[in-house]
Design a protein around this ligand. Structure first.
Ligand code: PLP
Length: 286
């Protein structure tokens, strides 16, 4: 497959970076995953805006304009469609670059490394099928850092939480904070439905401002489905009528089991059906 590295397109197997890259040594970088279906990206400008914000927060100077970035992503999708199929994720990565001193302080005059490649997305729910059996997930206390709003390439905390659930056959691991409030999951945002209202935690440093989360909220708003950005506890999650996870790779995934608790009657709920149908219809326009 074709990849992009520091200004050029090249075969992925030929892409090389320095072992001194701070992305490698420190996890010092910011990334995005932009989903696309049939050659069309979902939420590109929102993904780009989040990346720019993240880069500003860690003081890496952005090296590409929005249009350049869009063109790179589109080229990666178009040139890899034959090999990868119709559902493609574009991984975009900017790290601080290579520095010969192994010194924590941000170095001066170092060129950031910009890398992008395309991979096949295996959306668990596809657009032609609004019935899904529902996923089983784990739940545990969030033991990551306190800057979860930054989409950092330092993902070890997330990886460890994901693996914790995965090893026991779970699709994800939902996380709660020290106050017993749900924040997000290891690689997705969390929604619940209770008495007809859709709830998702408000944005702060404890969770990533998910683009899918934002697009789903926009769909609910358009359709007049009652919703609110509010905290909820582990108990409220367990007694919810529906639980969903959202991410660029999952779109909206219905969850029917959390740890050893079955959610409601253990079946995928009607509000998910409604939200997923809306999202499938509107996702390219949001
Ligand atoms: N939360 C975390 C920790 C993530 O890594 C992700 C992305 O994969 C999400 C939430 C969902 O974000 P998005 O909808 O932008 O993919």
């Amino acid at each position: 497959t074709t990849a992009y590295l520091n200004g050029e397109f090249l075969p992925l197997q030929e892409a090389r970076i320095s072992p001194l890259d701070r992305g490698f040594l420190f996890g010092d970088g910011i990334y995005e995953v932009v989903p696309s279906y049939g050659g069309r990206m979902v939420g590109f400008s929102q993904h780009f805006a989040r990346m720019e914000k993240g880069l500003a927060m860690v003081e890496i100077a952005p090296s590409l304009t929005e249009q350049d970035t869009r063109d790179i992503c589109q080229h990666l999708i178009d040139s890899n469609r034959e090999t990868l199929g119709e559902n493609i994720g574009v991984y975009l990565h900017v790290s601080r670059g290579a520095d010969t001193r192994r010194f924590h302080a941000y170095p001066e005059g170092v060129q950031p490394t910009v890398f992008a490649f395309a991979f096949a997305l295996t959306a668990p729910v596809n657009a032609d099928r609004t019935i899904h059996a529902g996923a089983k997930v784990a739940i545990t206390q969030d033991l990551r850092w306190q800057r979860c709003h930054i989409k950092s390439t330092a993902l070890l905390g997330n990886v460890m939480h994901f693996q914790q659930g995965y090893r026991e056959g779970n699709a994800e691991t939902i996380l709660f904070n020290g106050d017993g409030q749900i924040t997000e999951a290891s690689s997705s945002n969390v929604f619940i439905v209770k008495d007809g209202e859709v709830l998702t935690p408000p944005l702060d440093n404890q969770l990533l401002p998910g683009i899918t989360r934002m697009l789903v909220l926009a769909c609910l708003q358009k359709a007049g489905i009652p919703h609110s950005e509010s905290w909820f506890s582990v108990d409220e999650l367990n007694s919810a009528d529906e639980v969903w996870l959202t991410s660029s790779g999952k779109e909206i995934l219905p969850v029917v089991q959390v740890g050893d608790k079955t959610i409601a009657d253990g079946k995928v709920g009607p509000v998910w059906e409604q939200a997923f149908t809306l999202y499938s219809k509107l996702k390219f326009e949001l």
